[in-house]
Design a binder for this molecule. Structure first.
Ligand SMILES: [Zn+2]
Length: 346
C-alpha cells in the first residue's frame, strides 16, 4: 500500500499520465476527423447524385448554411465546376459561401476565388469590383493586386494597370518585366503612333533590353520584315522558329540567313537553301537528311512551352495563360506530315 503511494507521487508517474493523455486526445481527434471526413464524403456523394444541376440560390444557401458539408468540401465542389468550365455554378457557390462567411480572412480567400472565376470566365468588370472590395479591406494582398493588374491589362486599361504596379513594388514584387510589357503593349495599341514609329521603337527596345522577343518579332515580321531581319539575332531566331518557318518566301533575307548558323540549318531543312548538311537540332537534322534524299513529305509543326510553369500550349502567347509569366515562351518544333503541297513557296 505504502509502495503504491510512493509510485503515485513519483514524477515519472506524472509524465506517463501526461503522455497517455496526449495519446488519448490525439487518438480521439484522429478518429473524429476520419469519421467527419467519411460523413462529409457520404453526404457529398448523396448530394452530387441527387443533383444534375446546382440547386436554386435559396436552396443552395440553406444547404451551405446547414454545415452538413464543410467549407473545404464546398470549395472542392466549386473548383470542380471551374475545371469543367461551368463558371456559373462555381460563382453561385463562391458568392453564397462569401455571404455566409464572417471570418475576415476566410471571406477574403473565398472572394479571391470568386474574382479568379470571373477572370477566367471573362467577366472582367465583375472581377475588378470583387478585387477592389478585397483590397479596400486588405490593401496588402499581392495576389489580389496581381490579378487586378492582369484584369486591367486584358481590359486594355493601361493607366489603371500602371497604378497597380506601385503598390506591388512597395510589397517587394519584381515589377520590371510587367512594366516593360505594359509599356510595349501600350505602344502597339496607341492609335496616335504610326506603325513605322512603333516598329522603330520596338526594334530599339529589343536591342537595348533583349526582352519580349516573341512579341517584338511577331509584330516586326508582320509589319516591317526588313527591320525584323536587321534586328534578329541567333537567340531570337530560335524563339521565333515558327514565324520564320511560315514566313512568305518574298520576305526572306538570304544574306542574313547565310550569316547565322541556326538559320542556315532551318532554311536548309525547309529546302529554301542548301547551306547545312546536318543540325544539332534533331528535327532539323532529320528534315535536312530527308530532303537530301529527295523526300519532301515531312514538315515542322509547333507547340509552345512555358519555361516557368512547364505547361504546353498549342498556340503562342506573350503572357502565359496558366502562370501569367512574361517572356517565358519556348517554341518547340515537332516533326509531322506535310499538310499542303507548297513546293516550299508561299
Ligand atoms: Zn506558365
Amino acid at each position: 500500500m505504502n509502495g503504491f503511494f510512493i509510485e503515485f507521487r513519483d514524477p515519472l508517474f506524472g509524465i506517463i499520465v501526461f503522455f497517455a493523455l496526449i495519446f488519448i486526445i490525439a487518438f480521439v481527434s484522429y478518429w473524429w476527423g476520419r469519421l467527419r471526413s467519411k460523413e462529409d464524403h457520404r453526404y457529398l456523394e448523396r448530394f452530387l447524385r441527387s443533383i444534375k444541376k446546382l440547386p436554386a440560390r435559396t436552396q443552395l444557401r440553406s444547404e451551405i448554411g446547414s454545415n452538413a458539408v464543410s467549407h473545404g468540401s464546398w470549395l472542392l465542389i466549386a473548383e470542380s465546376y471551374v475545371q469543367n468550365g461551368d463558371f456559373e455554378s462555381a460563382v453561385e457557390i463562391y458568392q453564397t459561401l462569401s455571404e455566409l462567411q464572417h471570418e475576415p480572412h476566410r471571406k477574403r480567400e473565398t472572394l479571391f476565388l470568386l474574382a479568379q472565376t470571373y477572370f477566367r470566365a471573362g467577366f472582367l468588370e465583375r472581377c475588378e469590383t470583387i478585387l477592389l472590395k478585397i483590397l479596400g479591406r486588405f490593401p496588402r494582398t499581392p495576389q489580389a493586386l496581381k490579378l487586378l493588374l492582369f484584369t486591367y491589362e486584358r481590359m486594355q486599361a493601361f493607366d489603371k494597370a500602371f497604378s497597380v504596379l506601385e503598390p506591388l513594388d512597395e510589397l517587394g514584387d519584381d515589377i520590371e518585366a510587367d512594366r516593360r510589357y505594359l509599356e510595349t503593349v501600350r505602344l502597339l495599341k496607341n492609335p496616335d503612333v504610326d506603325i513605322k514609329t512603333r516598329c522603330e521603337r520596338l526594334s530599339e527596345r529589343y536591342r537595348r533590353d533583349r526582352a519580349l522577343t516573341y512579341l517584338t518579332f511577331e509584330y516586326l515580321f508582320r509589319h516591317d520584315p526588313e527591320r525584323a531581319w536587321r534586328t534578329l539575332d541567333e537567340s531570337a531566331a530560335r524563339t521565333v522558329t515558327d514565324i520564320l518557318w511560315l514566313l512568305p518566301k518574298e520576305h526572306l533575307n538570304l544574306d542574313i540567313i547565310a550569316s547565322i548558323g541556326y538559320l542556315r540549318q532551318l532554311y536548309s531543312a525547309k529546302g529554301i537553301v542548301n547551306l547545312a548538311q546536318n543540325s544539332s537540332e534533331f528535327e532539323l537534322d532529320v528534315l535536312i537528311k530527308l530532303r537530301s534524299g529527295g523526300y519532301r513529305g515531312a514538315d515542322l509543326q509547333f507547340e509552345y512551352l512555358c519555361s516557368h510553369c512547364k505547361q504546353i500550349f498549342p498556340f503562342s502567347f506573350h503572357r502565359c495563360p496558366q502562370c501569367h509569366a512574361i517572356d517565358s515562351i519556348v517554341t518547340e518544333s515537332v516533326l509531322g506530315k506535310e499538310q499542303y503541297e507548297t513546293g516550299n513557296t508561299f
